[in-house]
Write a protein that binds this ligand. Sequence first.
Ligand code: SPV
Ligand code: MG
Length: 534
Amino acid sequence: MKKTTQFRRMLQSNRLEFLMEAHNGLSATIVEEAGFKGIWASGLSMSAALGVRDNNEASWTQVLEVVEFMSDATSIPILLDGDTGYGNFNNMRRLVRKLEQRGIAAVCIEDKLFPKTNSFIGEQQELADMDEFAGKIKAVKDAQVDPDFSVVARLEGFIAGWGLDEVLRRAHAYADAGADALLIHSKKTTPDQILAFAGAWRRSCPIIIVPTMYYSTPVEVFEQAGIGIVIWANHNIRIAISAMQSICRSIHAERSVANVEDQIASVKEIFRLQRADELAAAEERYLPKQDGPVRAIVLAASRGAELGELTTKKPKAMVQIGGRPLLHRQADLFRNAGVRHIVVVRGYGKNEVDAPDVRFVDNDEYADTGELYSLFKALGELKGEVVISFGDVLFRQFVLNTLLAEGGDIVLAVDAAWRERAVEDAYRDFVTASRPYSIKYDDSEVWLRKQSPTLPAERIDGEWIGLMYCSSRGAQLVADALHKLSDGANFRKLRFEALFEHLLSQNVSINVHYITGHWLDVDRLEDLSQAQTF
Ligand code: SPV
Ligand code: MG
């Protein structure tokens, strides 16, 4: 139902209805959640929340902006406290058009002068000329587009020290001008004035009251007097003030928030009130599916027994190279390439494996499992773009950067200058490719044909350096292959060789990205001394 119609129904209801004050989008949301059927956008509260006085210091467009937030945040009607209408009939007409555009259900204007003064400040406030004010009401009625938009005429006669006769005289004039309801205000601590008016008022134009000062009167009294709506006019801003004063004092005195934490709304509660879940659902619907940032999975579970004493306590990934653990240097390389999400599979000496802002996955069966088993442990990370790296390799930054730029679903960094590395063959992941490396310009793609440590020299085109890139699709293919292989009895011992073989048997293309040197792995003590100068 339209908000204007909802408010009309409240005016026409036979029951006593209530409006609760709100002064911004958040408090308006809270009012609605509490079960109120309508909101009083209080001038006093909105100005207080803005840090200014209730003397029209906030301009009417600033007020408009506040109620727009309130209206957007809620589905119940808002009655705006429009003060004296921010000018004459002409300003009033324009205000009504703007309020309708923003979904405000009704406006209340009071028969005083601009700039207004709050009803509870001072005595004998000057009233507006009755006919001028009646003209303002007529102007609203003529300007509104939605027939259900309502104007409430607020009578300040009692506040200004006038008696019942004057208030009644004006009430008739305003009702004749088209007011949809009358707000009779009083600052007495008893409801006498209000009840006297209600007793004397015979017309159907409903009465609204604001029992801020005669708050102790039971609402049944208002019900019996035939009052239409009660406005709780400022209680949200007042509790907000008390709560903020108390918590500020406490935090300032204690120099800590520890004692207050349990007494205040959680950050999660803020998100709930802001409807963060709606945005998350909308993102699902409207944003293109993204794989998220590129991840790195570093396989660092093995000890590296060949390094002897250096790895009695920690794995080789934590051996110092140039004063820093190998793993830290690798993490730097990843970060420099924009790969910030780093997952390390650790096993041997796992409590010694540490690096800032890195997450860990454990392969506690490292002693009798192989590389693929470690990767399988990190299966949950095999999504989106992924770089997979052995934990014992070091490479120049450009090696990683160019690998990431290469393109292809699965790409291996392969060293074509493998002959220049004087290492025992048992340690090497040799590769046969669709064509050898050439120093001539050749941008045709190169495919992996086979990867094995036991290729005959004439079939070796290079050495895989233990670094590979997977696109989202590639990561999915690798994950699927791991699932398949994990069914096999020998899965625990498998090396990458088996993964590549399986992928090739499924006609998955694996690209080769040639490099020439500029990397090393740390398998033996000799490698380590070389690494120190890398
Ligand atoms: C307001 O809430 O701003 C009002 C009611 O106008 S009163 O403060 O009682 O005047
Ligand atoms: Mg006000």
